[in-house]
Write a protein that binds this ligand. Sequence first.
Ligand SMILES: Cc1cc2nc3c(=O)[nH]c(=O)nc-3n(C[C@H](O)[C@H](O)[C@H](O)COP(=O)(O)OP(=O)(O)OC[C@H]3O[C@@H](n4cnc5c(N)ncnc54)[C@H](O)[C@@H]3O)c2cc1C
Length: 360
Amino acid sequence: MKTDVLVVGAGPAGGTAAKYAAAKGAKVTIVERRPEVGVPVRCGEMMPSDEEIIKMFPNAGDISSLFDIPKDMRLREIEGIKLIDPKGKERLIDFTGYTMDRDKLDKHLVSEAVDEGAELIPSCLFLRTENGKAATSLGEIEYKVIIGADGPGSRVARSLGLQKNSNPYPAVTAQAKGDFDPYVHMFFGGIAPGAYSWIIPKKGQANVGVGFSPKFAEGTLSEYFEKFRAKHSLEIMTKLEGKYVPSEGMIDRIVEGSGMLVGEAAGQVISVNGGGLPLALIAGRVCGEVAGDNISKGRSLSDYQSECERIFRKPLATAASNKRLADTFAFGSDRRTEMCMSLLGSRRMGNLIRCKRIFP
Ligand SMILES: Cc1cc2nc3c(=O)[nH]c(=O)nc-3n(C[C@H](O)[C@H](O)[C@H](O)COP(=O)(O)OP(=O)(O)OC[C@H]3O[C@@H](n4cnc5c(N)ncnc54)[C@H](O)[C@@H]3O)c2cc1C
């Protein structure tokens, strides 16, 4: 089989890149290892509002058309984030957003790509690539450009000889039944050592989960989740699903030869909170447009690297350095976590969440 642009992975980064490459007239093929796009859900399902995305990534270009997510997919408007210290003290951060069913988001983005002419091949595992030919579980695909949108353990990155995400954190999530107030709750301390646990309200249910840093933890993530569930008397309705989250910001090189990495494969995640959906869409658009232009007019793929540097390098480097500060000073004991949260206060912690410096 032959294609112009081969996209590996039908997550938010792959779906968006495929849509914009196809809109430029390229023949686009998406291979996805899962039989059903977006299933199972491994995400907190919270998307920041357009205003918050602009504050974090002022160089991202037009946000409103990119995040034009159908109103009926927005399940719950988020009015703020409550950060809860180990003693239960809450600090409210003024931060807006909304929640969705993540599987529906992924399906929506891929269907937009298909509407532009892209082809989706489900249950197709990318294995490796050599000389413009990708080996997959369903046979060989010859391409001109390959986009690795295959998440944190990217096989495309490995196959292209690019750096892989170092130090990824495990996180697990499930759905809990009930009515919850319209705030994201983030719990810090021994309940989720080195990261946080969360309750993110949806409609008649909430996405609940725990992430941790293995170096601060004693026990498995399922055991931590069970403690969290019991503490908050959560009525869990679904199976626990887990995944790794990159924690050190964007990797240095995201373009190699005729290959590009996007989304979590490129480490495009905010280290301090594990948020990656806005970045997947922003980078997906740039990646798809550059790939499409490469096919039609020979545009250099390195434009994608420089554009991502302009949009993400500073905010993601700041987030990664704030994360290192937290690892050094705030994590390790509940007492330290409490002291640091009290020292920082709501305003500085708001900066932390928004990828801004916490000290001048
Ligand atoms: C528990 C958890 C909670 C999170 N909560 C939030 C949140 O609330 N808000 C937020 O903004 N971010 C959140 N994130 C981060 C967010 O989910 C990711 O940043 C986002 O999914 C990245 O999108 P992506 O398309 O790069 O990768 P993915 O969503 O991982 O998509 C990669 C796709 O590639 C496919 N694939 C992988 N390997 C292959 C292969 N070899 N061949 C073919 N297909 C392949 C996968 O099946 C998958 O469909 C969370 C992450 C986790 C783990």
